[in-house]
Write a protein that binds this ligand. Structure first.
Ligand SMILES: *Cc1c(COP(=O)(O)O)cnc(C)c1O
Length: 370
């Protein structure tokens, strides 16, 4: 196998899910497996975790189809935008539709009627993200229509927070946090059912990781933690009220070791050179693996338990590390993430967030499940 690989600790993911579950009880937990399970590898994570999840969330219908082909039988909600031409896959693979417009809901009802097949639907309300969904001030026609859709199973209704990790009013200037404002708009929508003398759908859900941590009023019947399930907090300033731990360790081995003399630039662009003879080692991993080129001369790795700086341009398939005066040789163990290096560190070195770091570890990096 390739010496560069991603070790995924499945027991840890299960423990994270259990700790989240204990915190939100009696709410159910939808486990978010989109984007290759946030880079962890859906082939290994999904079959292991599905029996413990109440629901699974994916972004696009293709991800739902993929999970069904893996043999996953847990209910799956496709949370993102769907085109009406994609609807047949929802019927064929028993996927739950996020009905984000009146047109989509109408097309789904027509298809359900003509094919005489069942389809579960969650209505998608936009309370402040301006992405997909029907705004709270225009939701009544969608809800009236949904009540008259006799061929669909109206199982849920949900919304998504734009700023769930913001806790302080000072950051917003308005007399409530952005998430509680969104929650108030969601409540307005739920009150439409009361006015129509109809029950609300059985599964109301709003909470992503930030709201799961900070806004218990947002739990309703189910929460949708993504990054938190993978053991990473959605922001730095949040108090650690749910005990979760990261499950990823990105490992490699030194592929080459040499002493580099001063005056000899290292890598493309010769952006770095040694001031005195230094041991420069090459790691067989690069930006095509998701080790961002933007981390050039910023990243650090751990070799034989000690931290060293990455030097010179990160290449597509390799990068170099300055081991100084230490005896580091080909075959020595390297850690790129884990062993004290967090997804937050890689995010800082890159100028992005932890989500992008994890979801960009490419398919060329084998996933090993322990
Ligand atoms: C991705 C996603 C989530 C999970 O978000 P986290 O911030 O990772 O918890 C929840 N709900 C929806 C609709 C999403 O698209």
């Amino acid at each position: 196998m390739r010496p560069t690989y991603l070790e995924v600790n499945l027991a840890r993911l299960k423990q994270n899910l259990e700790n989240i579950r204990n915190h939100v009880r009696p709410a159910k937990v939808l486990v978010v497996l989109k984007a290759n399970a946030y880079g962890h590898g859906v082939d290994g994570v999904a079959p292991f975790i599905a029996p413990f999840a109440d629901y699974i969330g994916v972004a696009i219908v293709e991800e739902g189809v993929y999970l069904r082909k893996l043999g996953i039988t847990t209910p799956i909600l496709v949370m993102g935008g769907t085109l009406s031409e994609q609807l047949p896959d929802f019927f064929e693979y028993d996927l739950t539709l996020a009905a984000s417009s009146l047109d989509l809901l109408t097309a789904a009802e027509q298809l359900a009627e003509s094919t005489r097949k069942r389809l579960k639907v969650h209505l998608k309300i936009d309370t402040g993200m301006e992405r997909i969904g029907v705004r709270e001030y225009e939701a009544e026609p969608l809800i009236s229509k949904s009540i008259s859709c006799s061929h669909l199973e109206m199982e849920g209704i949900f919304t998504h927070f734009a700023n769930s990790e913001v806790t302080s009013l000072r950051e917003t200037g308005i007399p409530m946090t952005p998430a509680s404002l969104q929650l108030e708009r969601f409540e307005e929508v739920l009150s439409i059912y009361e006015r129509l003398n109809e029950p609300t759908p059985g599964i109301r859900h709003t909470a992503n990781s930030g709201a799961t941590l900070l806004l218990p009023q947002s739990y309703y019947e189910m929460v949708r933690p993504g990054v938190l399930f993978y053991g990473v907090y959605p922001a730095r300033n949040i108090e650690r009220t749910i005990d979760v731990k990261p499950a990823l360790t990105w490992r490699s081995k030194v592929a080459y070791s040499k002493i580099t003399q001063p005056g000899r630039g290292v890598s493309y662009g010769s952006l770095w050179q040694a001031e005195s003879p230094a041991r420069i080692v090459t790691i067989p991993c690069g930006y095509a693996d998701g080790y961002f080129r933007r981390m050039t001369n910023q990243a650090r790795v751990v070799i034989n338990g000690k931290s060293y700086p990455q030097v010179g341009r990160i290449c597509m398939d390799q990068f170099m590390v300055n081991a100084g005066g230490d005896e580091v040789k080909a075959g020595d163990e390297v850690t790129l993430l884990g062993d004290g290096i967090s997804a937050e560190d890689l995010a800082d070195w890159t100028g992005t967030n932890e989500y992008e770091v994890m979801t960009n570890i490419s398919a060329r990096v084998p996933r090993v499940y322990v």
